[in-house]
Design a binder for this molecule. Structure first.
Ligand code: FAD
Length: 480
């Protein structure tokens, strides 16, 4: 009997749990990817993520063909398309990798039920994380809601169970892949026009992920020191690839783990591994607390009253467009809008600014990021926003409010990042560029800048906004 492997956020042909399991258990294995119309139909008609998926699916198809198989690419609702295809191919078993988002869990349950109705089975297993759901628990056998003890327990479990990093083999069994030639829909067929992804030279597919990781490894040792400065090439830029599974998380962790064991990763290796563990922490939180997608992790924070009305809407629009008058915030939003990436430090700064300087509901910012981030991931994005709004698990305390000017002076001291996205401020020196409104208008004019014409005046005064935020958050103070 044949089997069908359903690719979703795991667009690779190596170290792939579902593919490996199917090949081990079945003589003939088909592969399918469904362009999910229920997700795609609501997106703008040009979207960098769709381009990324399209290019990565093409590479996956080519790799499967090289191994002797092929990829069937469909466009529609997978809840209908997968059971139909399984019937057509007479596949008794469908294999996929766990997706931990609530909508995906519901979709998979529907597919499993439809398949079961026709005497077929859906097998879903762990692939995108090292440890999932209940695999890392506290001593009381409950899920963690604080990161550091979770991380320590995660590391302990890996020391005890290094087999968790073993790859899922594919190559040796590739002769079982059903031969054929892939037919892939064009972007136009999917109803999309190309974005600027290619112009940005963002690497796609398995080969792109491998290149980025190779490029990052020599920088790993210095990651801890470099990662907070957006003007520097500090981080790995792998988030988009982690999102779509063009690389294997086991391969990443194994590489770093082995370097650490040999004392070769420098201080950066442990810091970077800790970031990969944050990703698993937030995935685990989403599984155990799906209410976070619409409400605060900490219920008391749902009592906060946010700014609404035309003035708040105008402030939100200014934030989205990078017109707040705070250069670091505006440069960061320009980076997001133009490239779909935003440096982690700037995600924290812009999120805090929206919530604690503008008093706007974090969910509005979360939605803007969800639409524009190439690496948008429900668990990490929600975790990041609830961290910034102080409503999340292990979040920033509500009274710790980033000062956007101090952050700018500290993390972009020469204004190099700001200048990249706000060239109109280039004439300002490194002392002036963080807060142009503090300069006398005459001096600004000599530098060719008039506030309100060449660059916005600040939307709010930070110190006053800070006071308003402390008052707004007073409702969450636990009574003495
Ligand atoms: P690196 O610094 O090289 O880190 C390596 C990997 O570790 C990342 O690719 C990512 O998978 C993981 N990681 C790093 N930091 C975090 C973190 N704080 N939480 C969870 N995982 C982390 N990350 C996303 O992948 N998708 C999102 O939608 C997302 N939204 C965010 C929203 C806010 C408000 C904040 C504060 C953070 C968000 N992050 C998100 C986390 C983080 O900013 C990005 O993962 C990181 O900037 C991606 O760049 P990189 O791959 O170069 O990261």
């Amino acid at each position: 009997p044949s089997a069908l492997v359903w690719f979703r956020r795991d667009l690779r042909s190596f170290d792939h749990a579902a593919l490996s399991r199917a090949l081990q258990a079945h003589e003939r294995v088909y592969c399918v990817f469904v362009y999910d119309s229920t997700i795609l139909d609501v997106l703008p008609r040009s979207d960098r993520r769709v381009d990324f998926i399209h290019a990565s699916v093409a590479e996956l198809a080519a790799e499967l063909e090289r191994l002797g198989g092929h990829l069937i690419a469909l466009h529609g609702d997978p809840a209908v398309a997968i059971p139909q295809l399984a019937a057509q191919l007479n596949a008794t078993d469908v294999y996929c990798n766990h997706d931990y988002e609530p909508q995906a869990i519901a979709r998979d349950a529907t597919v499993a039920a439809t398949l079961a109705g026709a005497g077929r089975s859906l097998h879903s297993g762990k692939d995108q994380v090292i440890f999932e759901r209940d695999e890392v628990l506290s001593q009381a056998r409950t899920p963690f809601s604080v990161y550091t003890p979770y991380k320590n327990a995660w590391l302990k479990r890996l020391r005890e169970e290094p087999g968790a990093l073993a790859p899922y083999p594919v190559d040796g069994l590739a002769a079982r892949l059903a031969p054929g030639s892939s037919r892939l829909p064009t972007l136009e067929h999917l109803g999309f026009t190309p974005s600027n992804l290619a112009a940005l030279a963002i690497p796609t597919g398995m080969s792109g992920a491998a290149r980025l990781f190779e490029d990052f490894l020599p920088r790993l040792a210095n990651y801890g020191a470099a990662r907070d400065f957006p003007a520097i090439k500090g981080p790995s830029y792998l988030s988009l690839h982690l999102r779509f599974g063009t690389l294997s998380i086991r391969h990443l962790v194994r590489t770093v783990w082995e370097l650490m064991a040999r004392g070769a990763g420098g201080e950066g290796a442990a810091v970077w591994l800790a970031e990969l563990i944050w990703r698993e922490f937030y995935a685990m939180i989403l599984v155990h607390h799906p209410h976070v997608t619409t409400r605060s992790f900490k219920p008391a924070y749902d009592a906060i009253v946010w700014e609404t009305g035309p003035q708040a809407d105008a402030a939100f629009d200014a934030w989205c467009a990078g017109r707040t008058g705070y250069p670091l915030v505006d440069a960061a939003m320009a980076q997001l809008n133009q490239t779909g990436y935003m440096h982690n430090r700037l995600r924290m700064v812009t999120a805090c600014f929206l919530i604690k300087d503008l008093g706007i509901d974090w969910r509005r910012g979360e939605a803007w990021f969800a639409l524009h981030l190439n690496d948008f991931d429900l668990a990490s994005n929600n975790g990041g926003w609830q961290w910034a709004s102080s409503s999340g698990c292990d979040a920033q305390p509500y009274f710790r409010i980033f000062n956007p000017v101090t952050q700018s002076e500290k993390f972009d001291p020469a204004g190099r990042f700001i200048r990249r996205y706000l060239p109109q401020l280039d004439a300002l020196d490194e002392k002036e560029i963080h807060a142009p409104w503090l300069l006398p208008p005459l001096l600004l004019a000599q530098k060719g800048i008039t506030l309100g014409r060449d660059y916005p005046a600040p939307l709010v005064r930070h110190d006053a906004a800070r006071e308003r935020t402390l008052a707004r958050y007073a409702v969450v103070k636990t009574p003495a």
